[in-house]
Write a protein that binds this ligand. Structure first.
Ligand code: DX5
Ligand code: ZN
Length: 213
């Protein structure tokens, strides 16, 4: 696929000034706005929900890449679309009916994808791939920003690319920085999420450029 896209995660932004955090990532050359929604049930952490997506939608034209780390995402996806999400990804192991969940998103005219935590077997959900616009491979366990990349997860990126015949974009999420980005890129990742590596950098624009390779 073509050029690598960078999706800075606003989880590492300033929660007192999200508008600035979004404008900053635009200024630094970020492509998508990665929004990490956590419910304290599927993952042991709570972040934000639809009101935050709606607020961000008002201040940017960038693609809002909404990563749902919530149980029974099918109950909420339509409301996330209404809030302004462009892409919604969810963990299939958190859903009672992943096929229906994808359809709910796509019937609203938006892009849908599934996310694999490191302990979730990809093969079990490969039947969903031809309905997906994006597949996300977690390179850490979902739940927190600022973790260290788990090297074994890099093989999952290559495996998913192979299974999909390189036809569906793959996003790598977690622990991506100047050192690890090349591993994800070489394995075939098309989109790289980066939270702490971008927002905590002295030169975030320079980091984004380096992440692209
Ligand atoms: C982890 C989130 C990631 C995270 C990335 O649960 O899905 O998107 O914010 O943050 P870094 O890049 O700091 O690992
Ligand atoms: Zn994420």
């Amino acid at each position: 696929m073509s050029e690598i896209l960078i999706a800075p995660s606003i989880l590492s932004g300033d929660f007192c000034n999200m508008e600035k955090s979004v404008r900053d990532l635009e200024k630094w050359g970020g492509d998508w706005v990665h929004c990490d929604v956590m419910d304290g049930v599927y993952v042991p952490n709570i972040t934000f929900g639809m009101p935050m997506i709606a607020a961000i939608r008002k201040v940017t034209e960038k693609t809002l890449d909404v990563h749902l780390m919530i149980t029974e995402p099918e109950k909420y996806v339509e409301r996330f679309v209404d809030a302004g999400a462009d892409i919604i990804t969810f963990h299939p192991d958190a859903s009672k009916d992943p096929t229906a969940c994808i359809e709910l998103i796509k019937n609203k005219g938006k892009k849908a994808g599934v996310v694999f935590n490191p302990n979730v077997p990809v093969d079990k959900y490969a039947y969903l791939f031809d309905k997906c616009d994006l597949i996300v491979v977690m390179t850490v366990y979902a739940g927190y920003g600022g973790q260290k990349l788990i090297p074994e997860c890099i093989d999952t990126i290559a495996y998913v690319k192979k299974l999909t015949g390189n036809k569906i974009p793959v996003e790598a999420d977690g622990g991506i920085n100047k050192e690890t980005a090349s591993l994800a890129r070489n394995a075939g990742a098309d989109v790289l999420v980066a939270g702490s590596a971008v927002y905590k950098a002295a030169d975030p624009a320079g980091v984004i450029k380096e992440l692209r390779g």
